[in-house]
Design a protein around this ligand. Structure first.
Ligand code: F6P
Length: 390
């Protein structure tokens, strides 16, 4: 990461970490500020960060080096992507990063977050910085002035990433403009694309399974059954729930009738996406778990042994579901309005796992019961969660 303080680097870094981990890359995020806080103490005045403060400069470089070494060490142990979250505002530091990574056989992509919009910066400082341990016990105005002075210290020697520094993506004014340079290979391209979508937002995301279906009643998996009377009632309760909280929202469903009917009964014409269809149970579609156990005991045992990787014959695994949900995630990141996703158990487990940063192999066991709304409200580092059984 590159950029002055309070530009949103950590927000972007955490999003990248979540996205890459969810897609199955072994990803580590290190934050140099955390090294400083734990080793030098959180409360340092703005003068501590002055580039010409010889007393502190060496110490700060030591923290940056320690964090970089930990990252390189982790690559040696099989890590695939490392996110080095620091200002990296000076050219010599970035040159050092490139040299050390190149010696370790690691490619570097600089992600520079640029923002000159004073209102956005102030909002970011007030929302995310004043609560840091750095400012414990200070008034908000004192802390704000100190943080501004800190930014000014960094600005004295900040040099934006230059074209001769290799691959970079510059995200300007929270995604208003994105510039990419020398992006090579699949992963970097995918990251550049993802970076075009993400920006801070305050809109809530609601996740809900469809109303109870005829198959739920008899515990049959898959299929395309209609709603039961109870399921139709749930749609009305869900409608009252969301309308009490907002008037303008987008509703996404799968292409299956139980989710589409839930949305229509709520009075919404949904955006019906096949990518949100339930996990394809292949030859087991339409059976109960009991029937699978009796008729295909080996399949039943194989799924129990590794539920995340297990792929139903002629169907899908959870790992497959995650891959097909990737465009939904990108779309969701770019969406500004509140959204209700009416989905299915496995698909919502995968989406919830992404949003809440859960390890992949926990996904198949996450609790997503029927007739319960999961409300996720964005914070700088993720989402706050509330559950409403209706
Ligand atoms: O039972 C409802 C359902 O949505 C099925 O259609 C689907 O196969 C299942 O949940 C997914 O849950 P699990 O992975 O625990 O079998």
């Amino acid at each position: 990461m590159v950029g002055l303080p309070a530009r949103g680097k950590t927000f972007v870094a955490r999003k990248l970490q979540g996205y890459l981990s969810w897609l199955g890359y072994r990803t580590l995020w290190v934050n140099v500020g955390d090294y400083r806080r734990s080793r030098a103490g959180a409360r340092q005045p703005a003068a501590y960060f002055a580039p010409d403060n010889t007393a502190t400069r060496e110490e700060r470089e030591g923290f940056a080096t320690a964090a970089l070494n930990d990252l390189l060490d982790w690559f040696n142990k099989g890590g695939e992507v490392g996110i080095y979250d620091a200002t990296n505002a000076e050219r010599p530091r970035r040159d050092l990063i490139r040299q050390q990574c190149s010696a370790a056989g690691v490619d570097v992509l600089f992600v520079e977050i640029i923002c000159d919009d004073a209102a956005l910066i102030e909002a970011n400082v007030r929302r995310n910085k004043l609560g840091l341990p750095d400012y414990a016990g200070m008034t908000a105005d004192e802390a704000f002035r100190d943080f501004q002075a800190r930014i000014e210290q960094y600005a004295r020697t900040y040099l934006p990433v230059q074209d001769d520094e290799g691959s970079y993506v510059k995200v300007i004014d929270a995604g208003r403009q994105v510039i990419s340079h020398r992006i090579e290979g699949y992963l970097s391209s995918r990251l550049a694309f993802f970076l075009m979508q993400i920006r801070p937002t305050e809109r809530p995301i609601w996740l809900s399974r469809h109303g109870e279906s005829e198959s739920n009643l008899v515990d049959r998996i898959g299929g395309d059954a209609p709603l039961t009377e109870r399921g139709r009632e749930y749609a009305k309760t869900l409608e009252a729930f969301v309308r009490a909280r907002c008037n303008h929202l987008v509703v996404w469903t799968s292409a299956l009738q139980r989710t589409v009917a839930t949305a229509r009964l709520m009075g919404f014409e949904p955006n019906a996406l096949r990518a949100l269809n339930e996990i394809d149970a292949g030859v087991c579609d339409g059976l109960t778990y009991q029937e699978i156990k009796q008729r295909m005991p080996d399949e039943f045992a194989a799924r129990a042994a590794n539920k995340f990787r297990y792929r139903y014959p002629r169907g899908e695994s959870y790992a497959d579901v995650i891959q097909r949900l990737e465009p939904v995630i990108v779309e969701l990141e770019g969406l500004r309005s509140p959204v209700l996703i009416v989905g299915h158990q496995a698909v919502l487990r995968a989406l919830y796992g992404y949003l809440m940063g859960k390890p992949q192999d926990e996904c198949p066991y996450l609790s997503v019961p029927l007739h319960t709304v999961i409300q996720l409200t964005p914070t700088e580092t993720g989402y706050d969660e509330q559950r409403f059984p209706l």
